[in-house]
Structures are given as structure tokens and as C-alpha cells.
Ligand binder design. Structure first.
Ligand code: ATP
Ligand code: MG
Length: 360
């Protein structure tokens, strides 16, 4: 048994976060037990409940504790429904910037019989996480939106050389361990300075990875090719808003937002598991949310921490989660209704846990 104990935070978030995060934690606990992986779990307040109990959606204590951890699981945040007031901030951009989590790794994978539009999809969109159009203008001075007159709004997009280079490098690292193909997605035909700089830095980073084949595609063409021929992509890297939109499009190819996991990584050696979907207030409390995205995000966290910290038990636990999840997705009785099943959140969670426990 490894002597290393991983310290992992649990931040449920809002709405379906109270359903899918506990599901992911139960699955992770089963995998950890199965592989003698030692984890110190740290539940922490965030979001609407934290506002009620601590007067802030991101209490100071939460931020302080997070900096002592190896990583954490963050549920979706329903910030649009927060009452207006000083403590009611959207924690997401604060967390990403505070911990310098500049790369949002969003995989898309097809599974049989769940309503995917294509078979054989296996791609990753790496979305730049901390630049681009910044609605949170307090975090990066001078960015965001402003209104010089009542009838004109100007939105500013920030692109930096350093930010572009580092996200390209993170994507190249991923590509190197997959099918060695990286596509840069941009619109340098129009945004000659911003997208132009992004592509220049992607090309510069790619020189250090001669084993990775690189190409670039204009964002509108990419949106079309993603629908018609998603199998032609391996790893894709793009700027913040393009990545946000394209990763939802990619999720739509393989069963919807319940199938869209994500991991936020940066230079500091911490990582944050965060599904692509929002808090889905329309289905909250009904027990029907698809836990796949959150479970798979947690699996990615285990795999990443296992490799980064040299904890083979975490890598093994992640592999076991992946096998059990794939098996559970094959059974309509355990799959949730959004992916052509008739199971509830708990049925899918239980099936995955059972799969992990029964593995020989
Ligand atoms: P955000 O601005 O936070 O990204 P959003 O407006 O994009 O939020 P989501 O909350 O992501 O909206 O969800 C859109 C819809 O997709 C939901 O209303 C819900 O019906 C569906 N959905 C999202 N996540 C899941 C899930 N895990 N399981 C099943 N359905 C989901
Ligand atoms: Mg969304």
C-alpha cells in the first residue's frame, strides 16, 4: 500500500450538485476501497447553502482549506438564481483564477445504444479557462464589458502569449499520450491580433512536440466538421468562449450534457473535477440527473493525481471506475432516462459501485 494519502475536497454546489456529487463520491470511495487507495475526504461549504450558513457562496475558510488539498470535486453552481447581495458571488471564475487552473480538459466519448449521433467518437477539447471575454471584470482589471453610451456595449477579449502557450502545452502533453494529433481552433481570419497570437503561440509550443501532428481549423468550419466527422479529431485546443460552445456541441453528439465530464488543471499541481453541465434546476430533487459526467470527472481527477503524485493505487482505482461505468452504461435498467435508460441517479450509481466491487 502506498504511504501517500490524497486529500480531496468535496464541494457539492447547487441543485443537481447535491445528487451527482454524492454519487461520484460514493463511486470513488468504492474504487478507493477496492484498490487500497487512502483518501482524506474534506466536505466544504460552497454555493447557495454556504450563503445561508456563512454569508458567502465562497467562504474564506473554503478557499484556505482548498489550498492545502491535492484536488477537489466541484459540483455545478446555480449562480443565476442567487439573491443579489455582497456574499452572492459566482465561485467558478474565482476558483479557476485563484488556483491558476488555466486548462479545462473536456473529453467526448461515444458509447453504444445511448443515443449518440456517431460511433467511435473519442476526442478531447481543451478550453482555455482564464482569459477570453471576462464578465468578472474585478478579477482581471480592464476586461469585461462596458457601455460607453446607453446604446453601445463593448466586450473585451483578453488573449496573452503566455496564456496561449501554456494551454497549448497542456493540450500537446495530452495529445502525446493519445493518438498524437492536436488541432488548434481559432478565427484568425477575423481576429487577426487575438486569434493570430493564440495560433502563433500554439505553433511555437508545438515545435517542442515533433512527435505530435498539428493542424488548425477555423472555428465555424470546426463546428460543422464536429457534427459530420467527429472521429477525425483527437485533441483540440481553443480559446475560452469557442471552447465553451464547442464542448457543449460535442456533448450533444454523445447523449447530452449528462455525458460531458471535465477536469481543470494548471501549473500548480492541483486539479479540480468539474462536469461541463450546469446545476439543471429543472430536474433537481427528482433523482433523475445523470451522474456520469460527475463520476467521470472524478475518475479523471484520480487518474491525473495518481500519475502526477506517483500513486499507482489512484491510477488503478480510476481504471476500475472506467470499466464499471462502461458496463453500467450498457444496461438500460441502470442508465438514466436522458441516455435511453429507465434508471434513476441511484440505480446508475449502484450499478457502477457493484461493478467495481465484483471485479476480479
Ligand atoms: P450553465 O450556465 O451553468 O452552463 P446551462 O444553462 O447551460 O447552465 P445546464 O444546467 O447545464 O444549463 O443544463 C441544461 C439542461 O440540460 C438542464 O436543464 C437539464 O435538463 C439538462 N442536464 C444538464 N445536466 C444534466 C445531467 N447531469 N443529467 C441530465 N440532464 C442534464
Ligand atoms: Mg452551459
Amino acid at each position: 500500500m502506498s504511504s501517500k494519502t490524497l486529500k480531496i475536497g468535496i464541494l457539492e454546489g447547487d441543485d443537481i450538485g447535491h445528487e451527482v456529487v454524492p454519487a461520484a463520491v460514493e463511486v470513488a470511495k468504492a474504487a478507493a476501497r477496492r484498490h487500497n487507495l487512502s483518501i482524506d475526504w474534506r466536505p466544504m461549504p460552497i454555493g447557495r447553502r454556504a450563503l445561508d450558513t456563512h454569508g458567502s457562496t465562497l467562504p474564506d475558510g473554503t478557499l484556505e482549506t482548498l489550498s492545502t488539498l491535492d484536488g477537489w470535486i466541484l459540483g455545478p453552481i446555480g449562480h443565476r438564481a442567487y439573491p443579489r447581495g455582497p456574499g452572492a458571488i459566482n465561485p467558478h471564475p474565482i476558483l479557476r483564477k485563484h488556483f491558476n487552473l488555466f486548462a479545462n480538459v473536456r473529453p467526448t466519448r461515444s458509447y453504444p445504444d445511448i443515443g449518440c449521433l456517431h460511433d467511435g467518437v473519442d476526442l478531447i477539447i481543451v478550453r482555455e479557462n482564464n482569459e477570453g471575454f471576462q464578465p468578472d471584470r474585478n478579477v482581471v482589471a480592464g476586461s469585461g464589458e462596458f457601455r460607453p453610451t446607453e446604446d453601445v456595449t463593448i466586450s473585451v477579449r483578453v488573449i496573452t502569449r503566455a496564456g496561449s502557450y501554456r494551454v497549448a502545452k497542456a493540450a500537446l502533453e495530452l495529445a502525446r499520450h493519445r493518438r498524437k494529433h492536436l488541432t488548434f481552433v481559432h478565427k484568425d481570419t477575423v481576429f487577426k491580433l487575438g486569434c493570430g497570437m493564440f495560433v502563433e503561440e500554439c505553433r511555437r509550443a508545438a515545435k517542442e512536440y515533433p512527435d505530435v501532428l498539428v493542424d488548425d481549423v477555423i472555428v465555424d468550419t470546426f463546428a460543422m466538421r464536429l457534427v459530420r466527422d467527429p472521429q477525425s479529431f483527437d485533441v483540440v485546443v481553443t480559446t475560452n468562449m469557442f471552447g465553451d460552445i464547442l464542448s457543449d456541441e460535442a456533448a450533444g453528439l454523445v447523449g447530452g450534457l449528462g455525458m460531458a465530464p471535465g477536469l481543470c488543471i494548471g501549473e500548480g499541481n492541483i486539479a479540480m473535477a468539474q462536469a461541463t453541465h450546469g446545476s439543471a434546476p429543472d430536474i433537481a430533487g427528482k433523482g433523475i440527473a445523470n451522474p456520469y459526467a460527475m463520476i467521470e470527472s472524478t475518475r479523471m481527477l484520480f487518474d491525473w493525481l495518481g500519475r502526477d503524485r506517483n500513486v499507482p493505487e489512484a491510477v488503478a482505482a480510476a481504471a476500475s471506475m472506467e470499466r464499471a461505468t462502461t458496463r453500467a452504461l450498457m444496461d438500460p435498467a441502470s442508465r438514466t432516462t436522458d441516455i435511453r435508460g429507465h434508471g434513476r441517479t441511484e440505480d446508475m450509481t449502484r450499478a457502477i459501485i457493484q461493478g467495481i466491487e465484483e471485479e476480479t
